[in-house]
Design a protein around this ligand. Structure first.
Ligand SMILES: Nc1ncnc2c1ncn2[C@@H]1O[C@H](COP(=O)(O)OP(=O)(O)OP(=O)(O)O)[C@@H](O)[C@H]1O
Ligand SMILES: [Mg+2]
Length: 353
């Protein structure tokens, strides 16, 4: 799926809600799009199946330019695009099987064919025994499974998910994400995952883009964006998962410049195999640093370790360039993010002021 220079301006709004967004979603990928409330995520997904008509730009799904289609041609093209929603959007008057049948009925599939196609769809989402239940008899997770089966009924090439797990508890979220990943693997289905939760992206997305004020400010493999976020927005989204930023109570004590009574604060990003090297021991033994660890965390993104460690590098002095080149020889990333007043000096400074 290709999104090219997509722009959307509402007459009532001051600026564009989507501003020249271009993005290619690889076939069979799970591509996350994150952004704050109002960033334009839902507008973007609605442009993809032309529920919203973009002001300019193009959307291409399986070699068809959706944005140029209307009427019957648009309805036919939409069959390639399934969609699931935060609040499931099920018909309460219809059973589970009846809800899943709906897109097939609209597409004019015969009754006999519909009867044949429903059971495997319910099987796929783990609801084989609930065909005759009504939505009011289902849990949130089960309702979303119905939503997924309905979205898959017409064999789409792409599944759009707009906050599909936002109304679910963490455990149910995990089950639904697991189901989406399973479907992605089994059917080779491309999934676009709109969310405001990095945890959702971390769990299943191979790629992630960041939308801010209608602009795409970051895009790449999930691991790369998580390890080296370029934008403050991505960093703040990541704060629950990766320790890129120090907790404010520690950050507030750092000084921007070095003084006679300060030590540099070193932030080290560990990626891939280097997470297994005895880096701290080497800093102590070879570079004579007295590390005082301030903050750290190791997590697994896409099965690969990603760690961020922040330490006061006592005794670092002029060896900083050597330390940084040692770190980069291990393909680690190091930078000085501030300067900490030594404890004895901190007491003296307080007494002074
Ligand atoms: N039909 C409309 N007419 C005018 N403005 C709109 C319309 N739909 C959305 N907007 C505006 O576009 C902006 C983006 O809205 P959108 O729903 O795409 O954001 P979002 O990223 O999905 O937010 P959330 O995380 O809260 O769902 C908002 O400022 C919203 O007020
Ligand atoms: Mg939205």
């Amino acid at each position: 799926m290709r999104i090219e220079n997509l722009t959307k301006t509402y007459e009532s709004a001051a600026g564009p809600v989507l501003d020249d967004v271009s993005l290619t979603i690889g076939e069979g990928h799970i591509h996350g799009i994150i952004g704050r409330s109002g960033a334009g995520k839902s507008t973007l997904v609605r442009c993809l199946n032309k529920l919203v008509t973009p002001t300019s730009g193009r959307v291409i799904v399986s070699d068809r330019e959706i944005t140029s289609l209307d009427g019957a041609a648009l309805r036919a093209a939409r069959r390639d695009i399934g969609m699931i929603f935060q609040h499931f959007n099920l018909l309460s008057s219809r059973t589970v099987a009846g809800n899943v049948a709906l897109p097939l009925e609209v597409a004019g599939v015969s009754k006999a064919d519909i009867r044949r196609r429903i059971p495997p769809l319910l099987e796929l989402v783990g609801l084989a025994s609930k065909a005759d239940a009504y939505p009011s008899e289902l849990s949130g997770g089960q309702k979303q499974r119905v939503g997924i089966a309905r979205a898959l009924a017409l064999d789409p090439k792409v599944l759009l998910s707009d906050e599909a797990t936002s109304a679910l508890d963490p455990e149910t979220t995990e089950q639904i994400l697991h189901l989406l990943k399973d479907i992605n693997r089994r059917l080779g289905l491309t999934i676009l995952l709109i969310t405001h939760e990095m945890e959702v992206v971390r769990a299943i997305a191979s790629h992630v883009a960041v939308l801010e004020h209608g602009r795409l400010i970051e895009n790449g493999p999930t691991f790369d964006v998580f390890a080296f976020p370029k934008s403050p927005v991505a960093r703040s989204f990541l704060s629950s998962i990766v320790a890129h930023d120090l907790p404010p109570e520690i950050a507030g004590r750092l000084l921007p410049e070095a003084h006679a009574d300060t030590d540099p604060v070193l932030r080290i990003v560990f990626t891939g195999d280097a997470a297994h090297d005895p880096v701290i021991a080497t800093l102590v033994e070879q570079f004579r640093i007295r590390p005082n660890i301030l903050h750290g965390r190791i997590d697994y993104i896409d099965g690969k370790p990603l760690g961020v460690l922040t330490l006061i590098a006592g005794g670092l002095g002029e060896r900083l360039p050597d330390v940084l080149s040692y770190l980069s020889s291990l393909r680690l990333f190091g930078e000085v993010i501030g300067h900490a007043v030594r404890p004895a000096a901190a007491g003296a400074r307080r007494a002074h002021s």
